[in-house]
Design a binder for this molecule. Structure first.
Ligand SMILES: Nc1nc2c(c(=O)[nH]1)N[C@H]1C(S)=C(S)[C@@H](COP(=O)(O)O)O[C@H]1N2
Ligand SMILES: [Mo]
Length: 357
């Protein structure tokens, strides 16, 4: 399902957008996103969970099953990781034609400190069978998508679940998870797009067959048409964003900047594949580029890096500012997005209209 960009936004899209807010771009100025400014994506409803009776059930193709209360989880050795999380559909509404779903622009991203139990230790403890293939993470939320009634479930190959530094998090930024971010427990998978970070996590099941649930086999696949099998959406592509300079026009949100003095442009950049090694800035819509300064201020490998650039506009007037990140694999942001059916992985460079007074 898709519509052309000039056809208006539907009430259904507006309803999704009002439920699932983005991170206001000025929040790029915080290295750790305050919880209330972190973006939100909730496929169905936020479930009401009673913490006293909550249990995490771990089972399937394992030598030993586990059933853990919240207190038992909290009593285990914990780790805290700073992780940048981005929705795979970030940038969807900028594709043409626009795939119909949550209509994100560029700001479905945030960085939080997540504290919880390392998943690898828990998996070792339950002794997965030699024949184990996947680990399935089930949430408490249920809904219907493409006429399939389901609970929200995502899987990881066992090796990825063990090796990727995954955390079963019960705290976000030193406070219990908020209901909308998965209270009382969620999975955090550093480097992966948001959909794998299952909220309201209540079961972990080791399977011998590759998991073929809706959110893995049907949704979150990069493909151009329904008949294509496509490839799974996994790790975040490199992306950079700019904190909006100057002051906004109320309605268009175009930026107004005072002339006559240099303007410090700043923002953040991340990739789920490798550290960011370079950010460049353009003031002519991507025709020419200059190198920005990078600061790796958060030490976690899957938290964003900061960048800044001293911009001296040549004269008053309109400009289109852009930023472009490159990660250590050599992958850089493209100028134009690659259209796909679900509207995933649009990491095309951001364009920021600015008028210098
Ligand atoms: N159980 C459950 N987990 C979920 C979702 C959901 O709808 N249900 N949404 C996923 C998606 S698509 C994203 S982008 C992230 C968003 O996490 P946040 O709302 O904490 O930012 O959660 C993921 N985990
Ligand atoms: Mo998402």
């Amino acid at each position: 399902m898709s519509v052309s960009a000039d056809s208006g936004i539907s009430l259904e899209e507006l309803r999704l957008a009002a439920r699932n807010h983005a991170m206001p771009l000025e929040a790029l100025r915080w290295p750790i996103t305050p919880a209330g400014l972190h973006y939100l994506l909730i496929h169905y409803d936020v479930p009401l969970v009673e913490p006293a009776s909550f249990r995490l059930e771990v089972g399937g193709a394992v030598g030993q099953t586990l059933s853990l209360s919240l207190d038992e989880l909290r009593a285990r050795p914990s780790v805290e990781v700073a992780v940048t999380m981005e929705c795979a559909g970030n940038g969807r509404a900028l594709l043409e034609p626009r795939p119909i779903s949550q209509p994100w622009l560029t700001e479905a991203v945030g960085t939080a400190r997540w504290r919880g139990v390392p998943l690898a230790a828990l998996l070792d403890e339950v002794e997965p069978a030699a024949s184990a293939a996947d680990v399935v993470f089930g949430g408490l939320d249920r809904g219907v998508e493409a006429e399939v009634e389901q609970r929200y479930e995502r899987s990881l190959p066992l090796a990825e679940a063990r090796g990727a530094g995954c955390v079963l998090a019960y705290e976000m930024n030193s406070a219990p998870l908020l209901p909308q971010h998965g209270f009382p427990l969620r999975l955090v998978v550093p480097g992966w797009y948001g959909m794998t970070n299952v909220k309201w996590l209540s079961s972990i099941t080791v399977t011998e067959e590759p998991f073929a649930g809706y959110q893995v086999a049907h949704a979150y696949r990069f493909r151009r048409s329904e008949d294509e099998e496509g490839r799974p959406v996994t790790r975040m592509r490199p992306r950079s964003l700019m904190a909006p300079p100057g002051i906004p026009d109320f309605f268009t949100r175009d930026r107004v900047v005072a002339g006559g003095a240099p303007v410090v442009l700043e923002g953040r950049a991340w990739s789920g594949k490798a550290p960011i090694v370079r950010v460049e800035v353009s003031d002519d819509a991507g025709a020419s580029w200059a190198e920005a300064d990078l600061v790796h201020d958060l030490r976690d490998p899957f938290a964003w890096s900061g960048w800044s650039f001293r911009w001296e506009p040549a004269s008053p007037g309109p400009y289109t500012l852009c930023c472009r990140a490159t990660d250590a694999t050599g992958e850089a942001q493209p100028l134009e997005p690659e259209w796909n059916l679900g509207g995933y992985e649009n990491n095309a460079v951001q364009r920021v209209p600015v008028v210098v007074r």
